[in-house]
Design a protein. Structure first.
Length: 340
């Protein structure tokens, strides 16, 4: 399917109740060059993100799931322009970001922020908590020092920490507390949109639910919109309104969370769903798991046709020859599979 046809097909899907589209991504690609030799000549490219399109509605959470290395985190970084897109467009609040540079992009940054995966690496160990949260406030001229200090104390309360901790350093906190500091920094400028890049992956299981509940609470109180990137499908179901499934840089399915979990249409989505443990031990013992054969192909040399056909349990000869169309099979439920 051509890029123009893909864009037209995605645009044809009416948003639920004609809700406001906060973020519109069209045919987004990010290819990293492969360099070789003494003179560093280009011999290929890694197709980390290879032509994806989706919308995120204001106030919603879009869950982005898939195996490690499928391009989820790169997608989030390109949306925020932390990485430059190779092709495609990212439209945020009606403004196209991929062509912005300098001051124009700087003015947009307070409205879109990120919570990083590793709270150990994303916080400067030489700065106090107050300095870490104050940095974006100072850079974007939030207000005088006294006003910023009062807001920092309020932010610490919002994320479940004591204002008395403001002068401590990151190493004095647990992993869950450090992630709360990262969340406080992300919401300090009152953003509209936050990319949560696997924010619970580095945390103990006992702490993960607390952080997810905090994100939900902040979304309700501050009217936030999330792109929640994760490989934990059970957490995504708890938090997301819609779910997108990625495989090898491409989006293979996108739909409402209950519909996608109860009746996944793409064979890859079905395999991911079968790996999620069920809370009922009786149901779990009788459930049939879908075990995918082989390894994920290299994004530097993806298969022809459908990129999943080398591991797909229902693949046919045409899957290796023809790329499946991105089509709507039910209201707001999209899939890229010949046989869905």
């Amino acid at each position: 399917m051509s890029a123009d046809a893909l864009t037209q097909a995605t645009d044809a899907a009416a948003s639920p109740g004609d809700r406001e589209v906060l973020l519109r991504v069209r045919d987004l690609k990010k290819h990293f060059p492969i360099m070789k030799g003494i003179i560093r000549h280009r011999v290929g490219e890694v197709r980390a993100v290879d032509g994806i399109s989706f919308d995120i509605y204001r106030g919603d959470t879009l869950g982005l799931v898939g195996e490690s290395g499928c391009g989820k985190s790169t997608t989030g970084r390109v949306i925020l322009q932390l990485e430059a897109a190779t092709e495609g467009t990212v439209e945020f609040q009606g403004r196209e970001l991929t062509s912005m540079r300098g001051n124009a992009l700087r003015k947009v940054r307070p409205h879109m922020q990120m919570v990083f995966q590793d709270p150990h690496a994303s916080l400067n160990p030489r700065m106090t908590v107050a300095s870490i949260i104050d940095e974006p406030l100072f850079e974007h001229n939030f207000g005088p020092k006294a006003e910023r200090h009062a807001w920092i104390e309020e932010l610490l309360r919002l994320v479940g920490l004591s204002p008395a901790h403001a002068n401590r350093y990151p190493h004095e906190f647990s992993g869950g507390q450090r992630q709360r500091i990262g969340i406080a920094r992300a919401i300090a400028l009152n953003p509209d949109f936050v990319v949560c890049d696997e924010p619970i992956a580095a945390l103990d299981v006992s702490i993960q639910a607390q952080v997810v509940n905090l994100l939900e609470k902040l979304q309700d109180e501050l009217n936030l919109t999330y792109l929640f990137i994760s490989h934990d499908l059970s957490m995504v179901r708890h938090l997301a309104d819609r779910v997108a499934v990625m495989y090898l840089g491409k989006m293979v399915e996108l739909g409402p969370v209950d519909e996608l979990y109860d009746d996944p249409q793409h064979p890859y989505s079905q395999a991911l769903h079968s790996a999620v443990p069920l809370p009922n031990p009786v149901s779990e013992s009788f459930r049939e798991r879908i075990i995918l054969q082989g390894d994920i192909p290299s994004p530097a040399n993806p298969p022809s046709g459908c990129s999943f056909h080398t591991r797909c349990p229902v693949a046919q000869p045409e899957c290796a020859q023809r790329t499946p169309e991105w089509r709507e099979i039910s209201p707001d439920h999209w899939v890229a599979c010949h046989f869905a």
